[in-house]
Design a protein around this ligand. Structure first.
Ligand code: A3P
Length: 305
């Protein structure tokens, strides 16, 4: 069985685990506290990876927490019914996760000192990753084909709406001291330095062994084997929905899926929608071979990290 979308403020959400009242409550009534650490990302940007890293930093590389508590409990999803409940019951300081676009995020954040980590990923890889995610899970009605999903993604007619709006909205906060911008690509390229940057932002000091443990235990292969982080331990009501977060875990998989025409059309839309933003804000641009539309395998962005 698959489910229709839930619609809130013109945006489609998956329905299992969500309710209109719950999303509304999260957006309008939830109180973000100064001590909270918030992770925000558009879906399929590597959210679970960063959650795991944050949990491991929090426990100084000790894996007891990440190996005994499911990831959705360690850093509950604010806009889900269960996540909101867990957060309201939890003792501070809390770790919390959200995919909400900026304009729906709880207003209490703007007067708090809570630290926000905003994670981005090359939108072409987000598109491919999300296509597989919605196709293999039973969370929403499935895309008919990659071609059809490609159009829906560009129009923002996908769960949580437009990628471009999400990025543009959150980017408007980029000058605030309590926001750290991160990318999936920099985590792949140089995970150690990126984790050190996160520690510095959070005011956490880890010794080299603790840092090694964070790196090792947040790796794709370790997370894929860990029942607490690979979503094998889902709440009872979501168990039959075939939700899996670990697929390939690489940069540049879009090159195995987009046609030349799709890559060109995507680049054109990207330039239009992201006009006015400095290019160096987005670190997938750092990958010199990820800017063209060629599908030549030699020009693929190498897998790093
Ligand atoms: P792919 O589908 O491209 O493989 P999210 O957590 O936001 O749903 O993102 C899921 C994406 O992050 C998937 O991408 C998944 O494989 C990737 N991912 C999950 N854990 C990872 C890890 N430890 N290292 C690298 N990528 C990871």
């Amino acid at each position: 069985m698959t489910y229709e979308f839930l619609w809130f403020e013109g945006l489609p959400f998956p329905s299992p685990g969500y309710s209109i009242e719950g999303i509304k409550e999260a957006c309008t009534k939830f109180v973000i506290k100064d001590e909270d650490t918030v992770l925000v990302a558009y879906p399929k940007s590597g959210t679970h990876w960063l959650v795991e890293i944050l949990c491991l930093i929090h426990s100084k590389g000790d894996t007891k927490w990440t190996q005994s508590v499911p990831i959705w409990k360690c850093s509950p999803w604010l806009e889900t019914r269960l996540g909101c409940k867990l957060l309201n019951e939890s003792e501070r300081p809390r770790l919390l996760t959200s995919h909400l676009p900026f304009h729906l995020f709880p207003k209490s954040f703007f007067t708090s000192k809570a630290k926000v980590l905003y994670l981005m990923r090359n939108p072409k890889d987000v598109l491919v990753s999300s296509y597989y995610f919605w196709t293999t899970s039973d969370l929403t009605k499935k895309p008919e084909s990659l071609e059809q999903y490609f159009k829906c993604f560009i129009q923002g007619n996908v769960p949580y709406g437009s990628w471009y709006e999400h990025i543009r909205g959150w980017m408007s906060m980029r000058h605030r001291e309590n926001i750290l911008l991160l990318s999936y690509e920099e985590l792949q390229k140089d995970p150690r330095s990126t984790i050190e940057k996160i520690c510095q932002f959070l005011g956490k000091k880890l010794n080299p062994e603790e840092l090694d443990s964070v790196l090792k235990n947040s790796s794709f292969h370790v997370m894929k084997q860990n029942k607490m982080s690979n979503l094998e331990t889902m709440p009872e009501s979501l168990k039959s929905l075939h939700i899996s977060i670990a697929r390939k875990g690489i940069c540049g998989d879009w090159k195995n899926h987009f046609t030349v025409a799709q890559a060109e059309s995507f680049n054109k839309v990207y330039q239009e929608k992201m006009a006015g933003f400095p290019k160096d804000l987005f670190s997938w641009e750092y990958c010199p071979r990820d800017s063209g539309s060629s599908m030549d395998a030699d020009k693929c962005c190498p897998v790093v990290g």
